[in-house]
Design a protein around this ligand. Structure first.
Ligand SMILES: Cc1cc2nc3c(=O)[nH]c(=O)nc-3n(C[C@H](O)[C@H](O)[C@H](O)COP(=O)(O)O)c2cc1C
Length: 343
């Protein structure tokens, strides 16, 4: 119970810090160093640009994901309901935050459940992969998926976050084999995800060989979890240790290319520092299939459903205009559109 209470209060801290403090990485995504070749003569109507995609059998109006964030508290419940209503209205995907609190205390399950307002969306459950080294197995993974009627399970890899947390679970030994066992036995697809430091080519290859169905790169350039933990630190030493990692990680643009090289056919979700539809378009041109954002959606959800819908609307419009002005009529065409290094 103490543990569950601890998890819930950590979640509340995370929301507050992400809303109130500057927690940006010292790195940039690398997307700013890439540009499309402008097509002065697109030879199609903007109205004919089709940004829809199909993921795990579900059709999305645009390749957009509200990245995994929260659950476990009343405030998190409100945020999840707000995000899910806007996701349902727009026809985009959404992930829930780590469901560990509710796996350990089923009375918290309602804070993660959004099918009441979002019956049709592509929905991702979420657990920390490291929990597989702390007593979790197939049963807990199934419970996380069933609890929210998810279409897939995200196992997040947050080694650095756990390491800088005083209460962190930092034993990552032998985890790959356990992830492989879950991929083999779970009836829904498993997605491996970072939380803001990206994947190297080697780790992407190991995860692909372990049988994950997709990788969410969650690269560096956006929310930095060492910065979040710095704001939670109780002592000057904890604060300095966390602060030292402000520039750590593999920028999002590089991480996407790493995964593409390691596993050319594995679906890729791009996230980490994406802030407009042009960022999403560039990630897709690098080979990703979906673009995820966390922090911008959290800030909008703290305001209203309408604010989240407006954010989705702007992202979709920017993405569609970027497609139009770079000559791509579909997401498949965008994936084959070249990017140049910015001068
Ligand atoms: C408030 C908050 C809570 C988060 N909680 C989780 C989580 O439980 N599981 C997870 O996989 N990622 C979590 N993340 C990480 C995001 O999904 C994302 O990978 C990261 O924030 C980078 O995206 P951004 O730069 O758009 O914020 C969280 C992010 C935020 C802002």
């Amino acid at each position: 119970m103490t543990e569950v209470t601890g998890t819930a209060s950590r979640k509340a801290d995370h929301i507050r810090i992400n809303l109130e403090e500057d927690v940006r990485s010292g790195l940039t995504t690398g997307l700013e160093r890439l540009r499309f070749i402008h097509q002065a003569l697109p030879e199609r109507s903007l109205a004919d640009v089709d940004s829809s995609v199909t993921w795990f059998g579900k059709r999305l109006s645009a390749p957009l994901l509200i990245s995994s964030m929260t659950g476990g508290t009343d405030e998190a419940h409100r945020l999840n309901q707000t995000l899910a209503q806007a996701a349902q209205a727009a026809g985009i995907a959404m992930g829930l935050g780590s469901q560990r609190a509710a796996v350990e205390n089923p009375s918290l399950a309602f804070t993660f459940q959004v099918r009441n307002v979002a019956p049709d969306i592509l929905l991702f459950a979420n657990l920390g992969a490291v929990q597989l080294n702390y007593g979790y197995g197939l049963d807990q993974c199934r419970r996380a998926v069933d609890m929210i009627q998810a279409d897939a399970l995200i196992l997040h890899l947050n080694a650095l976050q756990e390491a800088v947390q005083p209460e962190g679970d930092a034993n990552f030994s032998g985890l790959l084999g356990r992830i492989e066992a879950i991929c083999r036995a779970l009836p829904v697809p498993v997605i491996a995800k970072e939380v803001g430091w990206g994947f190297s080519e080697q780790v992407a290859r190991q995860l692909a060989e372990a049988g994950v169905s997709a990788i969410d790169v969650a690269g560096a350039g956006g929310t930095s979890w060492s910065q979040v933990e710095m704001h939670r630190a109780k002592t000057a030493t904890q604060r300095r240790v966390a602060a030292a990692f402000i520039d750590w990680g593999i920028p999002t643009a590089e991480a996407i290319q790493n995964v593409r090289r390691a596993a050319p056919h594995l679906p890729v979700i791009a996230s980490g520092g994406l802030r407009d539809g042009i960022d999403v378009a560039k990630c897709i041109a690098l080979g990703a299939g979906l673009g995820g954002l966390a922090s911008p959606f959290l800030k909008a959800a703290a305001v209203s459903v309408e604010a989240v819908s407006e954010t989705i609307g702007e992202l979709s419009r920017e993405l569609r205009i970027a497609m139009f002005a770079s000559g791509a009529g579909t997401i498949a065409e965008l994936q084959a559109t070249p990017l140049l290094p910015a001068p």
